[in-house]
Design a protein around this ligand. Structure first.
Ligand SMILES: [Zn+2]
Length: 211
């Protein structure tokens, strides 16, 4: 599973400062009372936009690794939230998505070298960001409605050009229910079901998720 590493750093600051070495997770998220043998489990590598690492822990009871994903990283896809946001912002400013795709076309991304592939690359990112912004509009209507699920609208409301990073904080309580790249990987179901089983009271079977 993934948890937030709360940080205002950009990728560059984190990579240059080797931020993964300072990441700490004092208690197991599954067993805050301790006693489960929760311990550091090295790091894993991310390659985009440059090589950097994410600190990782392991709970032997839950048999689950826990990564501390810094706020600037997109979850479950390469790259940063900042880069995603910039792509979408440029499309919103462009006359057409085709023109934006031709301009943005990331030459270092193997699956976006031709114009049609660049278009698909941009459209996927547009879709993922739109889903995140629609969720934010629904979750926080007092803050963001009325308005469109656009980066332009959210930048105006929040007064920042780091909307997606800000939403990691604002939507923190919902991150395990939101899809990538804003949301974090849901808690593994077997762990969730086991913890439910411990707390279970008669008649609560209907709350269990489908197998
Ligand atoms: Zn544990």
């Amino acid at each position: 599973m993934q948890l937030r590493l709360k940080t205002e750093l950009t990728f560059e600051g984190y990579a240059n400062g080797q931020g993964w070495e300072r990441a700490t997770l004092p208690t197991c998220p599954f067993h805050p009372e301790g006693g489960c043998g929760f311990a550091g489990h090295g790091t894993y590598m991310r390659k985009v936009p440059g090589v950097a690492f994410v600190a990782r822990w392991y709970c032997p009871v839950a048999r689950t690794t826990v990564g501390l994903l810094p706020d600037f990283y997109a979850s479950r896809m390469p790259g940063t939230l900042d880069a995603l946001e910039e792509t979408v912002a440029r499309v919103e400013e462009a006359a057409t998505i085709e023109r934006a795709a031709a301009e943005i076309r990331p030459a270092d991304v193997p699956d976006a070298v031709t114009l049609p592939s660049a278009l698909r690359w941009v459209q996927l990112r547009m879709h993922l960001v739109r889903v995140a912004l629609i969720a934010a509009l629904g979750l926080f209507p007092d803050r963001f409605a009325p308005g469109t699920p656009s980066i332009t609208h959210f930048r105006e409301r929040l007064g920042t050009t780091r909307v997606l990073v800000a939403l990691r904080e604002i939507a923190e309580a919902h991150l395990h229910a939101l899809p990538r790249p804003l949301g974090l990987v849901p808690r593994p179901q077997h762990v969730w079901m086991r913890s439910r089983a411990h707390q279970q009271s008669p008649g609560s079977d209907g709350d269990l998720p489908p197998a």
